[in-house]
Design a protein around this ligand. Structure first.
Ligand code: PXG
Length: 445
């Protein structure tokens, strides 16, 4: 029997085989929400209904959907060089892209290791950090420090340093050799703050306590999201990142910024590195690198980290790590086309120019029942709702369903609504998002 893989064949009613990620599978399969097309700011459902993409897919479609410049880049690449190994072999696009990315990133974060996702970027950065200390003769530095409420993907490395309990509790004992700083959310001090909170920089001193407990010589790296996205859009308190950098310098600890969400314009700048003016030792990225069109991640390393590995027998492999699809030609082509769009259409500057309008629109929700906090920066917003007793997440999920029915797609984490639209968004779309929320939220008891 021939297998029909055309679009008509995918309009199947058989939902049973796909085990959906991070999804209430039974609820979804009882009332599927199928997206079949996308263009610009909009998805189209299987019923032909337009849905405004308020979350850039999953924080990744920063250039919007269906840009012909990316589409043709992928098509042409598939026809020319569909796949080539990056182990002991190379293809020019990988080197061109790495150079482009290094030019985009501030500081001396000039070395780029390619992965296929944010989770792989995080595991790669953690392994580079551990190996870096070993090649420098400090093999005692094996401990990795994360932060409560941190999200660093779903690899065993990422969930070990991560701080979201549901992402950890089911997966057993591999999560050792880590410690965590406190998260920085202080609603009693900072609720409804526009941008960075005034209070909380001293929370970075948790790292001093961890050093005092374990000994600096046992600690390899600290990893933080400069802006914590998945946990519900938590901004770094003023001075916090600077303080982390200073403490890491004091003890020879590597600082890793996980910019899987904040990278590529989300905060109105190229990266959080640029936005906050703090230079980490490693940066993890993914998502916006290809505007979500082809899976790809990239880890940026400072020159000194790369140089530390470049010793020993001249024909020896310096780092025993990498993926079959590292620097995949289609991903490289999509990424180069995406970077061209960010540059030519000035999407980062555009995000910065719309940030005030976006913020004012978000804060127009203040005063609606159950809205207990609003947090914004660049083109990101977190709208926190109070939780129903014993039913955390239900209010926000109800808002998600109602917004979807009204033609707007939002994301929720717990009872926090997370919004992160494509950077091509127009003011009319911003109005549509927040007018829809203004209609929906008062109807949720
Ligand atoms: C900071 C950070 N680090 C790593 C990852 C993992 O990336 P991959 O998924 O590509 O392995 C992420 C991903 N973040 C992510 C992914 C999907 C949904 C949501 C949400 O908050 O709704 C967030 C992330 O936000």
């Amino acid at each position: 029997m021939s297998v029909d893989t055309t679009a008509s064949a995918t309009a199947t009613n058989d939902l049973s085989s796909f085990w959906m990620p991070f999804t209430a599978n039974r609820q979804f399969k009882s009332a599927p929400r199928m997206l079949t097309r996308a263009k610009g700011m909009f998805y189209e459902t299987s019923e032909g209904r337009p849905v405004l993409d308020g979350t850039a897919g999953l924080w990744c479609c920063n250039a919007g959907h269906g840009d012909p410049r990316i589409v043709s880049a992928i098509q042409n690449q598939a026809a020319e060089l569909d796949y080539a190994p990056a182990f002991q072999m190379g293809h020019p696009l990988a080197f061109t892209l790495a150079s482009r990315l290094a030019q985009l990133m501030p500081g001396d974060l000039n070395r780029v290791f390619f992965t296929n996702s944010g989770s792989e970027s995080v595991d790669t950065a953690l392994k580079i950090a551990l190996a870096y200390h070993r090649v420098r003769g400090e093999a005692t530095r094996t401990r990795l420090i994360g932060r409560e409420r941190g999200y660093h993907g779903v690899g065993f490395g990422g969930i070990s340093v991560g701080g979201i309990v549901n992402n950890r509790r089911f997966f057993g004992s591999l999560l050792n050799g880590v410690d965590h700083m406190r998260h920085t959310h202080q609603p009693e001090l900072n609720a409804f703050t526009r941008g960075q909170p005034e209070h909380g920089a001293e929370l970075a001193d948790d790292l001093e306590r961890i050093v005092a407990l374990h000994g600096a010589e046992t600690i390899a790296a600290v990893i933080v999201e400069p802006m914590a996205g998945s946990t519900g859009v938590l901004m770094p308190p003023k001075g916090y990142l600077e303080r982390l950098r200073s403490i890491c310098d004091k003890y020879g600890i590597l600082l890793i910024f996980d910019e899987v969400i904040t990278g590529f314009g989300r905060l109105g700048s190229s990266f959080a590195v640029e936005r906050f003016g703090v230079i980490p030792d490693l940066v993890t990225t993914a998502k916006g690198i290809t505007s979500g069109t082809v899976p790809m991640g990239a880890v940026f390393a400072r020159d000194g980290i790369y140089d530390a590995f470049m010793h020993g027998a001249p024909n020896a492999i310096e780092l025993f790590h990498g993926y079959t699809y590292s620097a995949h030609p289609l991903a490289c082509a999509a990424a180069l086309a995406t970077l061209d769009i960010y540059r030519d259409d000035k999407l980062f500057e555009r995000a910065d120019s719309l940030a005030q309008y976006w913020e004012d629109a978000a804060f127009s929700l203040k005063g609606i029942s159950n809205v207990v906090d609003i947090r914004t920066m660049g083109l990101i917003a977190g709208i926190e709702l109070s939780s129903r007793p014993g039913a955390i997440g239900e209010r926000a999920f109800e808002a998600f369903l109602k917004c979807y029915d009204k033609g707007v797609m939002i994301r929720t984490t717990g009872d926090i609504i997370a919004l992160s639209p494509p950077l091509i968004i127009e003011k009319e779309h911003i109005d549509q998002i927040f007018n829809t929320l203004a209609e929906v939220l008062p109807t949720i008891a």
